[in-house]
Design a protein around this ligand. Structure first.
Ligand SMILES: Cc1cc2nc3c(=O)[nH]c(=O)nc-3n(C[C@H](O)[C@H](O)[C@H](O)COP(=O)(O)O)c2cc1C
Length: 251
């Protein structure tokens, strides 16, 4: 068994966190990861209240160990944050945006604050906000990410926020990736894409089969999903200006 600050904080048997994949990491997957000894996080994404009620009810029914929930920070509506907290999660992950306006509410609910960051400056802000854990997410990550790759980003964040524990994310899918994360100074790994390809994940079976069948060379970075869904990501994020210009053309 590998013991780290992450496993000790939540009583885990594995230093593994489920990425809060919006609309994909539902209550069933989060409970499965937690019950297997990791930390399952429900992917609340942009904060749809009906979806959250359904999936948080499910995780509270099925999880026998600590679990958590994640929201995309720039899209948070305070009533949705309070809704999620009312289910008494053990951990709350905020990603993409300034966590400081929400840190007090989360921590005073007895919940650990996890901030997922994409650069060192955001990591320092997260530490100032009182983050209990900081996830350093490199560009290999599925979903949205920043401009720095996991291998150089993780040790830079570890050095910048010590002694706050750091968890590595982006392109980690097996034990070797976890071992490498620990060597970089992280206390565990947060994994998304690999868990998408599991029976408990929400999402289309066809998408899961494509993930399993895909070759690494088929990795593609695209703004198409945001454009089609009409999400207005703030300009502050790398590539957003370009993406928003695409959206203007789309309109
Ligand atoms: C389909 C998908 C949706 C995601 N949605 C979110 C999200 O809503 N909020 C968030 O903080 N991270 C989200 N992520 C990123 C994960 O939290 C995590 O950083 C990433 O999956 C790690 O890299 P990996 O996919 O290579 O394991 C998403 C990832 C994927 C694959």
């Amino acid at each position: 068994m590998i013991a780290t600050a992450l496993t000790e904080m939540f009583g885990l048997t594995h230093p593994i966190v489920l990425g809060p994949m919006g609309g994909v990491a539902g209550g069933r997957l989060a409970a499965a990861v937690s019950n297997a000894g990791g930390l399952g996080l429900v992917g609340g994404g942009y904060g749809d209240p009906a979806w959250l009620r359904a999936e948080l009810s499910r995780v509270t029914e099925e999880a026998r160990r600590p679990w958590g929930v994640g929201l995309i920070t720039w899209s948070i509506d305070r009533s949705v944050l309070d809704l999620a907290l009312s289910y008494r999660p053990d951990a709350f992950l905020l990603s993409f945006g300034d966590p400081r306006p929400y840190a007090l509410a989360i921590k005073s609910a007895g919940c650990k604050l996890i901030c997922q960051v994409q650069d060192v400056e955001q990591a320092v802000v997260a530490r100032e906000a009182g983050a209990d854990i900081i996830v350093a997410e490199g560009t290999e990550a599925g979903g949205h990410s920043g401009a720095r790759a996991t291998l150089p980003l993780v040790p830079a964040v570890v050095d910048a926020v010590a002694p706050t524990p750091v968890v590595a994310a982006g392109g980690i899918a097996d034990g070797r990736g976890l071992a490498a994360s620990l060597m970089l100074g992280a206390h565990g790994a947060l994994i998304g894409t690999r868990f998408y390809a599991s029976a408990e994940a929400l999402g289309q079976d066809g998408a899961k089969q494509r993930i399993i069948a895909a070759h690494g060379n088929e990795t593609a970075r695209t703004y198409v999903f945001d454009i089609v869904r009409g999400y207005a990501w703030p300009q502050a994020y790398p590539g957003r200006a370009l993406r928003n210009r695409f959206m203007e053309c789309w309109d």
